[in-house]
Structure formats: structure tokens, C-alpha cells
Design a protein around this ligand. Structure first.
Ligand code: ACO
Length: 374
């Protein structure tokens, strides 16, 4: 019996959300190219598109933003919970905990109402992630200011201010990470939702799957590589020792679906140069460019190219975030993708995800009592 390890090339649902052509390097949300969306929209507009199927007109967008802003304020018990967590805890663990705490035991899926939950959860998401940052930084917790739209309110709640370039880069990063069909985290959310578990619990399941370095954790790992290399003159030597001779994987390279450049990576690379760079950030960018060249030369023939996480850490750092926030920032945006997929799945298919395993253990054996065992 054939087993598809890693569910490779197994199609688990129909979707009208995200289209990927891994050979041509194309990504579209509901038919719109990712480049057009990044250039012409903001995060809330894309959230509306994903949730409702069409781009909003001005009035619909204003109403959607208002309904998100109404939920920027977190319940007190969530604020207390975040501030009680050890400051050194992993930020994804904090995210899981905060979302789990919003789950109420009596939740029932309801086809009429589930999409209406999306603005509420997005508003809470903003409060959670900005306050995780505040807590890590030793600042007191505070609710985001509903005067501002999503990206700006987020940056202001983290840093106290936000300039136009950073708001625009944050919006772009949020749009880029919104959805990517059914990677490990979205699949985890779908498995949970297929049991008719509640939306918050599905987000918690997805966050746990996002954490690892083979998925969301890659931006952190890719950035740490650049720090490890330290200087553009060391790139060749580092690449030979660690990747070619050391047989380590080049982090931020390779993808299960893309066999060419990930279109999101190209946007992040460009964004990295539109933001102001310190000397250190300039140096890391130069190292990344040189390493990209070597990586593509070595692995391009096997269809292994830089993925979205290769330059995203540089952009997040230029916006002002430390390494430990990178994966959480990915999750901050992807919450919308998880919600979109689970609503689509439960509304249209509602089938319990319960795969099988091929048994390879021992045949039937006689039971041996503990006192008779060697
Ligand atoms: N560096 C070096 N070699 C690689 C890399 C890499 N980054 N990625 C794949 N390969 C090689 C493997 O060693 C393997 O070689 P082999 O056939 O000689 O044994 C071959 O390519 C196929 O690798 P698989 O692991 O089978 O490919 P898979 O589709 O499972 O890989 C993955 C996808 C896990 C993302 C992989 O490319 C990887 O580990 N990349 C580094 C981590 C990373 O950047 N993850 C982020 C993914 S994007 C995202 O989640 C947003």
C-alpha cells in the first residue's frame, strides 16, 4: 500500500482562495496577482477579499475596518494572561496561549455566523501580537488605538510611532503572508476544524505547526545564518564549509510547491532596500544577496530557490522588530488565511479529516506479565 509521506502532492480540499503556480512563480488571492495586491491594497482590503470573495468598495471597506477596530481592545483576562507569562517564553507559545484563552467551551459552528467572526478575531489578533511584543520588551500592556488602521495601529502599539514607509512595508508584509494554500499550519487548522472544534482552537493548532524551522521558523533561521556569516567576505567560505561540505540546508531556500523564485521573496527583497538601513542592516543585506547568488548557482538546477522567508527577516528588522518576533509576525498575518480556509472547508465540505496509517509493527504476540519479563 502506497503511503504519501508528508502528504506530498495529496490534495485535501477545493479552494477558491489561493492559486499557486510553483513552476512559473505565480501567487494569486481570489484571482488577483500578489504583486497587484501589495502595490494597490492594504491588509484590511485583502482580508475583506479573502473573507467575502470580492474586493470591497469604499463603503464596504470602511465598514469592515470599523468592525475590526471595535475589537482592538482585548478582554482583561487575556491581557493579564500575557503579562503573567515568563518574559523569556517563546512568542509563538505566547500566541498559542492567548488564542487558546479566547476559546469558549460552548462554541458551535454556525454557517451563517462564522464569517462574521472574522473581524472580531482580526481585532483581537492585533491586540495579542502587539502586546506580546510589549511584554517581551518589558513595557506595560495597552490596547491598540482604534483611531488607526491595522498596520499603523500595530506599529504604534509596538513602538509608539510609525512613519509612512514602515506602515507601507508592514502592510505589504501582512498582505504577502495572508495565505499560501494548505501548508503545514493551515492543514493543522483544517484538521482541528474538521472535528468542528472552535475557531480559536484551530488558530492555536495552526500556530503550533507554524513554529518549526521548516515552516514559519525559517525567517529566523535564515536571518541567523546572515549573522553567523558576519561579513560579505566570509560568504563563500561559510557556504562551502556549512552547506556544501557540512551538508546543512540553506535556510530560506527551497519550497514544497515552488520550483523557481517565490514571488513573495522578490517583493521582500525590494522592500528591504526601500526602508532606511543602518550600516549593520546594509551589511546583512549584502551578505544575503551574495549568499542568494551562491545558493541559486548550486541548487537552482534542482528547483531550489529562495523562498519568502529569505529576506523577510531583514524587512522585519528594518521595521524595528527583533529576531524573536519574526515567526510571530508571519502568524499575525496568516491568522486570516487560517480563518479563510477553515470557514471555506466547514461551509463547503464539512468532512472529518481522518487519514490512515499502514501498520508495520509486530504480528499478534502473547501477552507477558510484568514479573515474567526479562
Ligand atoms: N538547502 C539545501 N538542500 C535542500 C534545501 C535547502 N534549503 N531544500 C531542499 N534541499 C534538498 C534536499 O536535501 C533534498 O536533496 P536530495 O534529493 O539530494 O536528498 C532535495 O532538496 C529535496 O528536499 P526535500 O526536503 O524532500 O524537499 P521538500 O519539498 O520536503 O522541502 C522544505 C521543502 C522543507 C521547505 C526544504 O526546502 C527546506 O528544508 N528548506 C529550508 C527551510 C525553509 O526555508 N523553510 C521555509 C519554507 S517556506 C515557508 O514555510 C514559508
Amino acid at each position: 500500500m502506497a503511503v504519501s509521506l508528508g502528504l506530498e502532492d495529496v490534495f485535501i480540499k477545493y479552494t477558491g482562495l489561493t492559486f499557486i503556480d510553483g513552476n512559473a512563480g505565480v501567487l494569486r488571492y481570489r484571482g488577483y496577482d500578489i504583486n497587484d495586491l501589495v502595490q494597490n491594497t492594504g491588509f484590511e482590503e485583502v482580508c475583506y477579499l479573502m473573507t467575502n470573495g470580492e474586493l470591497p468598495n469604499s463603503q464596504q471597506l470602511a465598514e469592515f475596518k470599523k468592525s475590526v477596530k471595535e475589537h482592538y481592545k482585548l478582554p482583561d483576562h487575556v491581557m493579564e494572561l500575557i503579562s503573567d507569562l515568563p518574559r523569556e517564553a517563546d512568542t509563538l507559545t505566547m500566541m498559542e496561549t492567548a488564542f487558546a484563552s479566547l476559546s469558549s467551551g460552548d462554541y458551535q459552528w454556525n454557517k451563517e455566523n462564522d464569517r462574521k467572526q472574522v473581524p472580531k478575531i482580526l481585532g483581537e489578533n492585533l491586540g495579542i501580537i502587539s502586546n506580546i511584543y510589549r511584554h517581551k520588551m518589558g513595557m506595560g500592556l495597552q490596547n491598540p488605538d482604534p483611531k488607526y488602521d491595522y498596520a499603523e495601529a500595530f506599529l504604534r502599539n509596538c513602538f509608539g510611532n510609525a512613519d509612512e514607509k514602515k506602515i507601507s512595508a508592514m502592510n505589504a508584509a501582512l498582505v504577502i503572508y495572508v495565505d499560501h494554500e494548505v501548508p503545514a499550519s493551515t492543514t493543522a487548522a483544517l484538521v482541528a476544524s474538521s472535528t468542528l472544534s472552535d475557531m480559536y482552537s484551530c488558530i492555536t493548532a495552526a500556530t503550533a505547526a507554524l513554529k518549526g524551522p521548516l515552516h514559519g521558523g525559517a525567517a529566523e533561521a535564515a536571518y541567523k545564518q546572515l549573522l553567523d556569516i558576519g561579513n560579505v567576505d566570509n560568504v563563500e567560505n561559510w557556504f562551502k564549509t556549512n552547506i556544501l561540505d557540512g551538508k546543512r540546508r540553506l535556510m530560506g531556500f527551497g519550497h514544497r510547491v515552488y520550483r523557481t523564485y517565490d514571488p513573495r521573496m522578490k517583493i521582500f527583497k525590494k522592500l528591504a532596500t526601500t526602508l532606511e538601513q543602518t550600516d549593520e542592516q546594509k551589511k546583512l543585506f549584502e551578505i544575503a544577496v551574495k549568499l542568494e547568488e551562491l545558493g541559486v548557482k548550486e541548487f537552482g538546477g534542482k528547483g531550489i530557490y529562495p523562498n519568502t522567508d529569505y529576506y523577510s527577516g531583514i524587512v522585519f528588522n528594518e521595521i524595528g522588530f527583533p529576531i524573536y518576533m519574526f515567526t510571530t509576525l508571519f502568524g499575525f498575518s496568516r491568522v486570516l488565511g487560517w480563518l479563510s480556509h477553515i470557514t471555506e472547508y466547514v461551509e463547503e465540505e464539512e468532512r472529518l479529516i481522518r487519514p490512515r496509517a499502514v501498520y508495520t509493527g509486530p504480528d499478534k504476540r502473547d501477552f507477558v506479565k510484568i514479573q515474567d519479563r526479562k
